[in-house]
Design a binder for this molecule. Structure first.
Ligand SMILES: O=C[C@H](O)COP(=O)(O)O
Length: 253
């Protein structure tokens, strides 16, 4: 049975005060309303990781994650944050390869492979994002691009390391646009990713990896998306900034 995960990617939003309110509201609602064993992750901006983590205490259901880390171990890289630093404050997750990082910061598969390695080395769980832009889907090349993204950044790992990764499929055309992939489109691509992993690592390894869907997930569409056999939860942007809606999404997993 794969782990169900609903991660909120807060991106570059909220003041500390607003972040505290959001996290405490969700924490209260999750405690009261959420049954089952879905894991919830708040991927906050760097300055809020520690305060939000401290607020959560030993909450067994909710943890925190960073949204990026450096590919370097340490040193003269002004403005960067290392995997070791994230680990040193006991933050378990880090998002890597989000399409906004690929698009605005020029991150490519090779660089992401380095970030994956340094994150695993320090015991973080990477949430590795992949997904195609609209023009690639329109050319019907989405399957090959996503397979290539997965290969470039993950296929150098041995099976035990690969099993420590969470994958998030996020079609770029669905991010922040209100245009969600249909459940059928999501299932199709999650199936493609799992099959590709199975081709190299075997079915058992592929079946153990949680693959999340991201792209305009909301309280209205989450249940149908999460019901797909290869969709193991979501990476949620805009809707993770609203406590009631995000809790309803968690309840759908
Ligand atoms: O990481 C989350 C994705 O970018 C999805 O964002 P969104 O839910 O606002 O479309």
């Amino acid at each position: 049975m794969r782990q169900k995960i609903v991660a909120g990617n807060w991106k570059m939003n909220k003041t500390l005060e607003e972040a505290n309110i959001l996290a405490s509201e969700i924490m209260g609602m999750v405690a009261d309303e959420v049954k089952g064993d879905v894991k919830v992750v708040f991927c906050t901006p760097f300055p809020y990781l520690l305060p939000i983590k401290n607020m959560l205490g030993n909450n067994p259901r909710i943890s925190v994650g960073a949204q990026n880390c450096s590919e370097h171990e340490s040193g003269a890289y002004t403005g960067e944050v290392s995997a070791a630093m994230i680990k040193s404050i006991n933050v378990p997750y880090v998002i890597l390869g989000h399409s906004e990082r690929r698009q605005y910061f020029g991150e490519d598969g090779k660089l992401l492979a380095k970030k994956i390695d340094v994150s695993l080395k320090h015991g973080l769980t990477p949430i590795f994002c992949c997904g195609e832009p609209l023009e690639v889907r329109e050319r019907n090349e989405h399957e090959s691009l996503v397979k290539q993204q997965v290969e470039e950044s993950l296929f150098h790992l041995d099976a035990a390391s690969l099993q420590k990764i969470v994958i998030a499929y996020e079609p770029v055309w669905a991010i922040g646009t209100g245009k969600t992939a249909t459940a059928q489109q999501a299932q199709e691509m999650h199936g493609v990713i799992r099959k590709h992993i199975a081709g190299k690592y075997g079915q058992q390894v592929a079946d153990s990896i949680s693959i999340l869907y991201g792209g305009s997930v909301n309280a209205g569409n989450a249940r149908e998306l999460f019901a797909c056999p290869d969709v193991d939860g979501g990476l949620v942007g805009g809707a993770s900034l609203k406590s009631r809606e995000f809790t309803d999404i968690i309840k759908s997993a």
